[in-house]
Every structure is written in C-alpha cells, then in structure tokens.
Design a binder for this molecule. Structure first.
Ligand SMILES: CC(C)(COP(=O)(O)OP(=O)(O)OC[C@H]1O[C@@H](n2cnc3c(N)ncnc32)[C@H](O)[C@@H]1OP(=O)(O)O)[C@@H](O)C(=O)NCCC(=O)NCCS
Length: 165
C-alpha cells in the first residue's frame, strides 16, 4: 500500500534513508559521504522546504520512501530509498509509477553520477539523462545543494520535460 507519510513516520523515514544510503558508501566521492548519510536536522529541513514523502507499506510496516517536491514549474522526485533487505522487489518501481501519476508537471530527478544502478533504474522507466551543461543549470535552479554535489550529480528528466525544452 502506498500512502503519504505523516509526521509520525519521521523516525522510520530517517532510518530507511540511512539504511538504503549505505549503497553509496565507497561509491560516491569520499568527501561526499558521511555517516549518518542524512541527519535528522537535514531531513527536517527537507520537509520544511516542501519535500513530501510517500511510503510503501507492507503488513503495516514502511519499507520504502520517495519524496516529492513541487518547485516552480517542475516536480522533483527526491530521496528515493528502499530498505536494503527489500531491494529489487519492485517497491521502487511501484512508488515511482504512483508518484508520476500525481503530477502533471515535468519531472526531474537528481542522483549521484556514480550511482549507476539508480541511473539505470530511472532509465528503465523512461527517464533520460539531461546533457551535462544543462544539468548544472537545473541543479542550481531547482535544488539547494552544495556546489560539490552539483559537480558530482546528474539529472534525469521525463519525456514531458524534454518536449518542453
Ligand atoms: C534505487 C531504488 C530506490 C530502487 O528501488 P527497488 O525497489 O530496489 O527497485 P525495483 O525493484 O523496482 O527495481 C530495481 C531493479 O530490480 C530489478 N527487479 C525488479 N523486480 C525484480 C525481482 N522480482 N527480482 C529481481 N530483480 C528485480 C529490476 O530489473 C531493477 O533493475 P535495474 O537496476 O536494471 O532497473 C533502491 O534500490 C534503493 O534504495 N537504492 C539505494 C539508494 C538509491 O540509489 N536511491 C536512488 C537515489 S535518487
């Protein structure tokens, strides 16, 4: 079952993010890795900035989350994480399909350039990498992330975004 996460899910969202983000360890540049990957303060900040989390629940237990942020003329998919033990069981696919139906705006997704599996996951769902010069502009326009993360990230966009550019 997919539903919007309420405030009561804060701790479990935080736990899922930091469990799933272990995938980045020793993959993304060392200076971009920290533990925990996302602090509670950072998560709180993201929510205060308008990231709304949707969760996939099984037997009443949250096992995957995906954030959604409407910003200016686009929708960003932020912080997509499925519990490590539940990976590759189509939970990410279900969350992504569900969220795509919730917006009529073009969708953009940012991820680490070194997270090859994540890029492949989105490409398999018809998102395409935005050319390098353009992705820096987009990351600065729609995301609030450090310049080092801009350098080391890529942006994927859906067909609607490409059609309008
Ligand atoms: C990326 C992520 C959110 C995808 O969620 P997921 O639930 O694992 O995704 P799915 O099961 O829908 O699909 C993942 C892969 O499993 C494969 N798969 C799907 N169903 C499967 C099954 N029943 N058995 C085995 N493999 C399966 C898919 O082919 C897919 O392969 P791909 O890498 O070629 O796309 C999740 O793996 C994750 O949290 N990763 C770590 C953090 C991360 O990278 N987040 C993205 C940052 S934006």
């Amino acid at each position: 079952m997919i539903r919007q996460c309420d405030e009561g899910k804060f701790e479990i969202i935080h736990s899922i993010i930091n469990d799933a983000a272990q995938a980045y360890k020793r993959v993304i540049p060392v200076d971009c890795w920290k533990e925990p990957y996302m602090s509670k303060d950072e998560l709180r900040h993201e929510m205060d900035e308008g990231v709304v989390f949707w969760g996939y629940e099984e037997d009443g237990e949250l096992v995957g989350v995906m954030g959604f942020q409407h910003i200016q003329d686009v929708t960003l998919i932020r912080h997509a994480y499925v519990r490590t033990t539940r990976r590759n069981q189509v939970i990410g696919e279900k969350l992504l399909s569900f969220l795509r139906e919730q917006t009529t705006r073009p969708i953009l997704i940012g991820t680490w350039a070194d997270a090859a599996w994540a890029i492949r996951f989105y490409e398999r769902h018809n998102f395409r990498l935005v050319p390098s010069e353009e992705k820096d502009r987009l990351l600065r326009k729609y995301w609030s992330i450090p310049e080092r993360q801009v350098e080391t990230s890529v942006v994927l966009a859906d067909q609607e975004w490409f059609d309008s550019h």
